[in-house]
Design a protein around this ligand. Structure first.
Ligand code: SF4
Length: 238
């Protein structure tokens, strides 16, 4: 009997420039897996978490599609590390000489992963949804797993925190929480720690960038851009 070829459930795939993190501006193929073990209240890709959509696609077909695109590939979600075949996908992309970024909330690990950049985005308390209670409790239990984050930092890494920057007090509260999290990680290099505004409204970004950049200048963190919001608005496939 022939075994079925490995498949991954894909919400969307597209070519665009990376909008976030230290590789912002780099043309990249995005492979967004559907499904997430968290339920952030402000999730900006609900089609891969709250309302998961997507069809199974074979690993070979995804690799073939990436081969015709940019060298940089971003494996994202949802939570891509939920898929049992994400390690095999990254290995196949690696064998095709791609530069691989894995974007994860840092709550799960897989032993066979490979990547050039592990983009970790642990979620702060403000991400916990108000309801339904069962999901809120699961989210709150799962969202911060320092041992998993530390294990994933075996790869070159960035830490990308989504912060509330609509008011000074909210930003101060989020940064105090980040300080506690960074302490649990052994106070890693702040230049690889990015603070990114929770915001999908291009018109509101400038003020939030200004608030965050003032703080970054005193603390040594980086301002995390959201180029795709500035350029395209909150639009799937960008
Ligand atoms: S971890 Fe990411 S995909 Fe999952 S609910 Fe939070 S923002 Fe959405």
């Amino acid at each position: 009997m022939t075994a079925n070829p490995p498949t991954l459930r894909i919400a969307e795939r597209f070519v665009s420039v990376q909008g976030e993190g230290i590789l912002a501006g780099v043309p990249s193929s995005f492979v967004r897996l559907t499904g997430c073990n968290l339920r952030c209240s402000w999730c900006d890709s609900p089609e891969s978490s709250w309302r998961p959509t997507g069809e199974p696609q074979s690993l070979d077909e995804i690799v073939r599609w990436c081969r015709d695109g940019p060298r940089h590939v971003v494996v994202t979600g949802g939570e891509p590390l939920l898929s049992p075949y994400v390690g095999a996908l990254t290995k196949a992309l690696w064998d095709n000489d791609h530069h691989i970024t894995v974007e994860t909330a840092g709550t799960l690990d897989q032993p066979d992963l490979v990547c050039d950049l592990m983009s970790l985005s642990p979620k702060l308390a403000h991400s916990t949804p108000a309801a339904p209670a069962s999901l809120a409790q699961r989210h709150e239990r799962s969202r911060w797993q320092p041992d998993v984050v530390l294990a994933l930092m075996r790869f070159p890494w960035q830490l990308k925190f989504v912060v509330r920057a609509d008011a000074d007090a909210a930003l101060r509260r989020d940064v105090a929480e980040i300080d506690t999290m960074l302490e649990a990680l052994g106070d890693p290099d702040p230049q690889r720690v990015l603070l990114m505004p929770e915001c999908i409204d291009p018109a509101a970004l400038t003020e939030r960038y200004q608030r965050i950049s003032a703080l970054c200048c005193t603390r040594g963190f980086r301002l995390g851009p959201r180029l795709h919001i500035t350029a395209f608005g909150h639009t799937p496939g960008t």
